[in-house]
Design a protein around this ligand. Structure first.
Ligand code: UDP
Length: 386
């Protein structure tokens, strides 16, 4: 096999950013992608109804990070899109994150100011200092009623674990609002790429120094790949080490079964995402892609998401048991000086998209800095001998 300076396993955010960065400084880059397409879980395409849909679930970009925002703007035009989520609770559609409207609708109250909402939360939330799991985190923010209606069973469906079996960080992702703000995120930049994410990835990877091989599993090729300076691995960390520490307990990931349907109507639901936090259905949410960017079609595509154990690994499951297993792999990974583990699956961490961009930009910067230092040391040492 031809020699490349940099070999990257995976053409998702982490892999594509590193490929672009190394190509831009003149290094030859090989990207190996197991799937038949680039863009990882951000992959989107136009479906049979003429609607831009995401194959692996809706991806809403949001960030407060200036560097990441500048970087992504080099490869796509972005249009403002503030994501909103409604949840169907007892037949009523209510905003998530919880805000004044959520509480008023579910409890038949008439809260009308931030002060009243704060007072309601103070009366109803449980005062738990340093919540030690997801249940305590949610109870200390919203109290038992909303916990039961919005978080407890949704989390069980999503993770196959109740919130008390998960790290508090999982439920801490969702804020509680004391006003009427019904945006899902409050970041400074909230936007979607014009033409979709796949186009953005095509641009990231279009450099002449980059070769992308699709439908190519690194583990089938491993023995033929030699002579690189650096290898970046963005897949599941346990797979890299042949699952050697999974004997007693396996490192868990959650996967999603996406069930798509065409509905012969202009719209199916009033919002892009409707969560179903109750036990009455098995799916967690329904996405109606047409809403994103206000797309036009005489039909509509909806996708129900069922979270499952088996299948493509999407979400690492942050709890103590998994973190212990992950730690064994991490130590093993640390010993390999020319292999770098980057991204959500290789770091076993629940990254948002902007964090994945940031992580790759930082890894690149750090490695470049280390190389500069090494080069400097070489010059100093060689001068010494002269
Ligand atoms: N969650 C919930 N009810 C909801 C929305 C979220 O219980 O209506 C919990 C659930 O445990 C979920 C976590 O909050 O996994 C984080 O939600 P987020 O929307 O960030 O998950 P993602 O979009 O990454 O699947």
């Amino acid at each position: 096999m031809e020699r490349y300076d940099i070999v990257i396993v995976g053409a998702g955010i982490s892999g594509a950013v590193l490929a672009e960065r190394y190509a831009s400084i003149g290094r030859s880059v090989l990207v190996l992608e197991k799937r038949g397409h680039i863009a990882g879980n951000c992959y989107d395409y136009i479906d049979e109804n003429g609607i831009l849909v995401s194959k692996y679930g809706a991806h809403l970009f949001h960030t407060n990070d200036e560097e990441v925002w500048r970087y992504v703007n080099r490869f796509a035009k972005w249009y403002d899109w503030e994501h909103k989520v409604l949840a169907k609770v007892d037949g009523e559609l209510v905003p998530v994150p919880v805000n004044i409207t959520t509480v008023n609708k579910l409890l038949g109250l008439n809260i009308s100011s931030e002060e009243e909402m704060k007072a309601w939360l103070e009366m109803n939330r449980l005062h738990i200092e340093n919540p030690k799991n997801g249940e305590e985190a949610a109870l200390s923010k919203v109290g038992p009623y909303l916990y039961e209606k919005i978080f407890k069973h949704y989390t069980k469906k999503q993770w196959d674990k109740y919130p008390d079996e998960l790290a508090s960080s999982v439920l801490d992702r969702i804020p509680v609002r004391t006003n009427y703000d019904d945006r899902y995120f409050s970041d400074k930049y909230q936007a979607l790429p014009v033409g979709g994410y796949t186009l953005l990835f095509r641009r990231l990877l279009s450099h002449p120094n980059i070769t992308v091989k699709l439908n190519t599993d690194f583990f089938d090729m491993r023995k033929y790949i030699h002579g690189y300076d650096k290898l970046f691995y963005t897949g599941p960390i346990d797979r890299f080490f042949d699952f050697k520490y999974n004997e007693k307990d396996k490192l868990e990931y959650r996967s999603i079964n996406f069930v798509s349907e065409t509905v012969d109507a202009e719209y199916f639901q009033e919002n892009s995402v409707v969560n179903y936090p109750g036990r009455e259905v098995d799916f967690t949410r329904i996405i109606e892609y047409k809403h994103f960017g206000n797309q036009v079609s005489d039909k509509t595509t909806i996708v129900k998401e069922y979270t499952v154990d088996e299948g493509e690994p999407y979400y690492p499951v942050p709890n103590e048991k998994n973190m212990k297993i992950y730690e064994m792999y991490r130590k093993e990974a640390e010993k390999l000086s020319d292999v770098h583990f980057v991204g959500r699956l290789a770091n076993y961490k629940y990254f948002n998209m902007d964090q994945a961009f940031k992580n790759s930009l930082e890894v690149f910067r750090k490695l470049q800095f280390d190389e500069l230092l090494k080069a400097k040391r070489r010059i100093v040492t060689s001068n010494h001998y002269i």
